[in-house]
Design a protein around this ligand. Structure first.
Ligand code: NAD
Length: 351
């Protein structure tokens, strides 16, 4: 029997989910949902999916799914995830988990109560670079994690969705993009317990990068931060410096906005960089490059989403937890909340 999947949200990420799901054998996308008729029909026609809904509650009532993937903006993540779980489906919810940690806790609790999987779309962990770094760390070669610097700096706001409206997205340069690197930094360091957060943020658009606004979008709707930095301390002595920006003056590459996303992690015995990939250790003072000369730096986005979705499908089939769990995404969300709180109050937040 094919695994039955429903996808809620037919925008940028929903289209990618459907594309990935239809390439997995013994998986059937039985229905799609979007309030926007044009998007719903375009996606349905492109992938030959005839069961289409405007109302996710109607979809959940009509369709018995093994898995529901949630690809709407964060303002809907919690209510849609909980409703799908209560209807007996496993859930893959896109990142960030929710608008805040309180909502995230309710989602994690609902999954536990229903005895279902709650997976979250932190796909960067599935890039070849992240997998090579994880392997190095699992072999104990990085040593005790000491410090990580992670950044996600872009020359443009991701205009394709309403990521710039805080009341819908839960936040901007942090919640929508740098959050991937917060997750990656926590994943590489074994999810230590945070003890304090100190952060600053601002919103420079439209004074900076104002010319990038697409036709039909009002700058008055822009309510999120576009520059943010945070210093996070953990109870094992590890610390993380995180930075997110949408207003970098980096030249575009091949007509595309520039994305400078990476992470540099120092351990007691090694050091890794996510992109461009480097994995180094030392021997008696001599720096050893662990990678062979033909290892390519690969952080490509759609294949990492495909790999994450495949992991979730296998987790559902095998009755195991997925590689990115709701609990881990909640740990990320708790830090996101503390970063916003610290930036708002100009005070260190003790956790
Ligand atoms: N993993 C990643 O790297 C990645 C990349 C892009 C987006 N995302 C995440 O995916 C989510 C969606 O982002 P996007 O860029 O696809 O946004 P988007 O705006 O392109 O798509 C969202 C879709 O949801 C639809 N929608 C709105 N309200 C709805 C409702 N009540 N019921 C059903 N559909 C509704 C909209 O019409 C739209 O088509 C966000 O959480 C975002 O952070 C993740």
């Amino acid at each position: 029997m094919p695994l039955k999947v429903g996808v809620i949200g037919c925008g940028f990420q929903g289209r990618l989910h459907v594309d990935c799901l239809t390439k997995i054998s013994d998986v059937e996308v039985i229905a799609i949902v979007d309030t926007n008729t044009d998007r719903l029909n375009e996606l349905g026609n492109d992938f030959n999916i005839n069961s289409r809904y405007h109302d996710y509650r109607e979809f959940l009532e009509d369709c018995r799914c093994d898995l529901v993937t949630i690809c709407t903006m964060p303002v809907f993540h919690s209510e849609m995830t909980i409703a799908a779980l209560e209807n007996g489906a496993h859930v893959l919810c896109e990142k960030p988990l929710a608008m805040n940690a309180q909502e995230g806790k309710e989602m994690v609790l609902a999954a536990k109560k229903a005895g279902k999987i709650l997976a979250v779309g932190y796909n960067m962990r599935f890039t070849p670079n992240a997998l090579l770094i994880s392997d190095f760390i699992e072999k104990g070669k990085l040593g005790k994690p000491i410090k990580t610097r992670a950044w996600a700096n872009a020359s443009q706001i991701p205009w394709w969705g309403e990521h710039y409206r805080r009341e819908i997205s839960g936040g901007g340069a942090l919640a929508a993009t740098a959050v991937h690197f917060l997750d990656l930094a926590l994943h590489f360091s074994g999810f230590p317990k945070p003890i304090s957060v100190s952060a600053s943020s601002t919103s420079l658009f439209p004074r900076k990068r104002g010319g990038t606004i697409p036709k039909g979008v009002s700058p008055n709707l822009y309510t999120s931060e576009d520059l943010i930095s945070a210093h996070i301390r953990f109870d094992n002595g590890f610390w993380l410096d995180l930075e997110g920006s949408w207003i970098d003056n980096q030249p575009s590459v091949d007509g595309q906005p520039s994305w400078d996303y990476s992470l540099d992690s120092i351990g007691e015995t090694g050091q890794v960089r996510f992109d461009p990939l480097s994995i180094r250790t030392e021997d008696n003072g001599e720096i050893i490059d662990v990678l062979s000369k033909d290892t390519l730096s690969d952080v490509s986005f759609p294949p990492s989403v495909a790999a994450l979705i495949l992991d979730v499908i296998q987790a559902v089939r095998d009755g195991r937890q997925p590689k990115v769990t709701g609990e881990e995404a909640l740990a990320v969300q708790i830090i996101v909340d503390a970063i916003y709180e610290s930036a708002k109050t100009f005070k260190e937040v003790r956790m």
